[in-house]
Design a protein around this ligand. Structure first.
Ligand SMILES: [Fe+2]
Length: 440
């Protein structure tokens, strides 16, 4: 009897295991098919260039068979006639084959156009594609070339449950600030650097928001993975798709193209840094860029936080090499990710004043923010700030967030919102007497 039961169990497990393997293989094929490009352009995205008042970068993807791509662009008009004034710009094509880097990989054509000589503060319409297959006309506004109020959105790690849970964050961010000048993604946009279905989730979740608000993105540790999926311990390299799908500036160190750069608005310099590698090299570059900086406001963004929010995630190297430069040249705001929680604070001129509501508070160096937008969450740590002279003023756990920041002459207004649209955190900075006054 026992022998019979054992044999039946063996048959049952063999059958279920066999079926399970087939099913998961089938599912993987379906997911791969879902993530694959076709003849119609997809993953259409704007990237900010170094001079966003006069230029824009446009990238998209198609089936590898498409060898030619172009952008048609014109000042937008109220009716369909604007199309008559459109100019055509031929795209640069990059063929990417991710099949060796990820189980869901394939070959695709990535197209990129950098358009120069645009008019500042002007609404343009554009579409991408070729003679046979084109996208819809998208609209975007070039940046102002004169001092004017400016605003932008910023999110931490999208990374996990991207389509399932990050979608509501980016969509709510757009609803809150549809006129935002750009959208900062502070690293770990996906979990596995080269994974096609994760990038497809990221583009699906953002949809036309990616095509109409220029992105400013820096890579996190999850954008670095081994190229060959069979040898996961091999050298980690930047996501195969990164340079092909973003048109970010190439004004940083040669080794770090499109991952370390600066972007200039009339009153604001945005600096993207790559916190994964070459920290000292970037310190030298950053010092030079900041020495020549004549902008009123400076915002830096990178992935690993200078003051860590969650346990066991300290980044001493950044504190040693980058923080002194932020302090010396008066960087105003540092937007970070990586810790899957929320923490906001700064080093204050007089830390005792922080708890005293009647005293004026002045910040030394940037206000630092760690934020998360995707669905993976870590617990907060008590340490990481006080022992290094910084004061942590607002924290959050298990909350998906986006941030909207406005700069208007001498004032910076920072607001953080939950995925459901409620205000979660808020402060202002005012430039006065050559310092930043912190206003709760
Ligand atoms: Fe990370």
């Amino acid at each position: 009897m026992i022998k019979t039961i054992f044999s039946l169990m063996l048959v049952f497990f063999t059958l279920s295991f066999g079926f399970g393997q087939d099913k998961s293989q089938q599912l993987n094929e379906i997911i791969k098919e879902w993530a694959a490009p076709n003849h119609f352009p997809d993953h259409v995205i704007l990237s900010a260039t170094s001079d966003p008042a006069r230029s824009i970068a446009i990238n998209w993807r198609t089936h590898a068979d498409n060898k030619v791509g172009y952008v048609q662009i014109a000042p937008a008009g109220p009716g369909p006639d604007f199309r008559e004034n459109s100019k055509t710009h031929t795209a640069k094509r990059t063929l990417i084959n991710s099949a060796n880097a990820t189980p869901d990989g394939f070959e695709s054509s990535f197209f990129e156009v950098q358009i120069e000589s645009l008019s500042p503060n002007t609404l343009y319409a554009y579409r991408v594609g070729n003679d046979d297959f084109k996208s819809e006309w998208h609209q975007f506004t070039t940046a102002n070339d004169q001092t004017a109020p400016l605003s932008f959105l910023y999110v931490g790690d999208a990374q996990n449950f991207i389509l399932e849970l990050w979608s509501r964050v980016i969509r709510n961010a757009y609803k809150k600030a549809p006129e935002a000048d750009f959208f900062i993604h502070a690293g770990d946009l996906v979990n596995n650097a080269h994974d096609e279905s994760e990038w497809n989730e990221w583009f699906d979740a953002g949809g036309f928001i990616h095509s109409e608000i220029p992105a400013i993105a820096v890579p996190g540790n999850h954008e670095y993975r081994s190229m060959d999926s069979n040898t996961p311990k091999g050298e980690r390299v930047l996501s195969m798709q990164w340079n092909a799908q973003f048109g970010l500036p190439n004004n940083g160190p040669e080794e770090l193209l499109e991952t370390c750069y600066f972007i200039d608005y009339p009153d604001l310099k945005v600096i993207g840094l790559n916190s994964n590698r070459d920290i000292e090299l970037q310190a030298g570059w950053l010092k030079k860029v900041l020495e020549e900086n004549d902008k009123k406001w400076t915002v830096v963004t990178y992935h690993h936080p200078v003051f860590s929010a969650s346990r066991g995630r300290d980044n001493e190297e950044l504190r040693k090499h980058w923080k002194p430069i932020f302090d010396q040249y008066g960087v105003d705001l540092a937007l970070q990710g990586h810790d899957h929680s929320y923490a906001r604070g700064a080093v204050y001129e007089n830390p005792i004043a922080v708890d005293n509501i009647t005293e004026e508070k002045y910040v030394v160096g940037p206000v630092y923010v760690v934020s998360v937008s995707g669905g993976k969450m870590y617990s907060l740590s008590e340490s990481g700030w006080g022992e290094f002279g910084a004061t942590k003023e607002k924290t959050g756990e298990r909350t998906q967030l986006f941030q909207h920041i406005t700069i208007d002459e001498n004032r910076l207004i920072y607001k953080s919102f939950t995925a459901t649209g409620e205000m979660f955190d808020r402060f202002e900075l005012e430039k006065t007497k050559g310092k930043n006054r912190f206003i709760d």
